[in-house]
Design a protein around this ligand. Structure first.
Ligand SMILES: *Cc1c(COP(=O)(O)O)cnc(C)c1O
Length: 379
């Protein structure tokens, strides 16, 4: 049985072109970019080329890109770094209740360290209101952090509007754009975004590599110390192969963005058309204003755990809530924040697509899913 992989919001397969770009740096090109000799200089060159590739994809100056170990480190570093730079004067953070745990639990940790955090809830469509975020800003606000695209529902947040308003008020703005990069056009300069997190393995790149864009004169402090790498903004010998892979991955994502978007949108429509046709109790949780790559639906009366187990036995890889919470039986904080019926929260399944997902796979998965849902509902 072939695997029908519909969990691309959790991770994506490494693209062969990315793997090929990385290969030399896993083998013959093992130099340390900080070394002065020829091998070191070649590694340095590769790192700086990747930095240019990221900068171009984000509309940023290359010097403002900092390589990290992934989305989680970028989120931690952005928020903790903003608080560190503001010392005792500004200890207030504004964020939302639908952030990834990398942001939420960083904020909870900072609360224990004496910060105050205002959490803005979304409307029932899973989208936060710009006005509510802005109204929460205080004179002592160090940073506002609002994700670009929610990883459970795909809902697109009004990030650019919020960023522009923050810029006018002189408040630092960070966005977790892990689910947006490569699918939505992003320009940090035009968007007035001060800090942006992204991750390699959500872009058909390798795991364990990511980046944080930090505007040069942003009031921000590094959190890793012990070396002058990344212009003293992130100490530690660079993950050269990972960095090269991230550069190659983002470049090809941007190059194919429009075509991929259309392809993935067709997948989403087909999935929803089949499920709506076949399952008369289906509830769609993803709002109109969402990315095509993520579809959240509920099968009220069929617990998500049972559903996922049955999907897995049928060769379909999907998710309930976010991958991080599905191991623990906690209801999704995102769907709960949207005030969904508890029965919808308990039965929510996320299907997520990538450019490599085919229409045929989606059709097969949709009909199998519908049959399983109907069978479990009758029981
Ligand atoms: C996957 C994800 C992260 C974490 O990225 P890692 O590279 O896995 O640490 C953060 N935020 C969002 C929205 C994500 O989807």
């Amino acid at each position: 049985m072939t695997l029908l992989y519909l969990d691309n919001a959790a991770t994506t397969p490494l693209h062969p072109e990315v793997r090929a770009a990385m290969a030399p740096y896993l083998e013959a090109e093992y130099g340390n970019p900080s070394s002065m000799h020829a091998a070191g200089r070649r590694a340095r060159q590769a790192v700086e080329k990747a930095r240019e590739q990221l900068a171009k994809a984000l509309g940023a100056p290359a010097n403002d890109i900092v390589f990290t170990s992934g989305g989680t480190e970028s989120d931690n570093s952005a928020i903790v770094g903003a608080v560190l730079a503001n010392r005792a004067e500004r200890r207030h953070i504004v964020t939302t209740t639908i952030e990834h745990h990398a942001v939420l639990q960083t904020c909870e940790f900072l609360e224990k360290m004496g910060c105050e955090v205002t959490y803005i809830s979304p409307d029932s469509d899973g989208i936060v209101k710009k006005e509510e975020v802005l109204a929460a800003i205080r004179p002592d606000t160090a940073v506002v952090s609002v994700m670009y695209v929610n990883n459970e529902t795909g809902a697109i947040q009004p990030v650019e509007e919020i960023a522009h308003a923050c810029a006018e008020q002189g408040v630092l703005f960070h966005t977790d754009a892990v689910q947006a990069v490569g699918l939505l056009p992003i320009d940090v300069k035009a968007g007035k975004i001060d800090m942006l997190s992204l991750s390699g393995h959500k872009l058909h790149g390798p795991k364990g590599i990511g980046a944080l864009y930090v505007r040069r004169d942003a009031n921000w402090h590094p959190i890793l110390h012990g070396g002058s790498q990344e212009r003293k903004r992130r100490a530690g010998t660079e993950n050269v192969a990972g960095i090269v892979g991230l550069g190659a991955a983002i470049e090809r994502m941007v190059k194919h963005r429009r075509a991929n978007y259309e392809h993935i949108l067709a997948l989403k429509h087909r999935m929803l058309d089949i499920l709506k046709e076949e399952v008369d109790f289906l509830v769609v949780n993803s709002p109109e204003q969402s990315v095509p790559s993520i579809v959240s639906v509920s099968f009220p009366g069929v617990s998500a755990d049972t559903m996922l187990m049955n999907l897995d036995m049928a060769g379909i890889a999907a998710a309930s809530g976010s991958a991080c919470t599905s191991g623990s039986l906690q209801p999704s904080h995102v769907l709960t924040a949207m005030n969904l019926e508890p029965t919808c929260v308990k039965s929510a399944i996320r299907f997520s697509f990538s450019e490599q997902t085919t229409l045929e796979e989606v059709e097969t998965a949709a009909y199998k899913t519908a049959a399983i849902a109907n069978k479990l509902k009758r029981r």
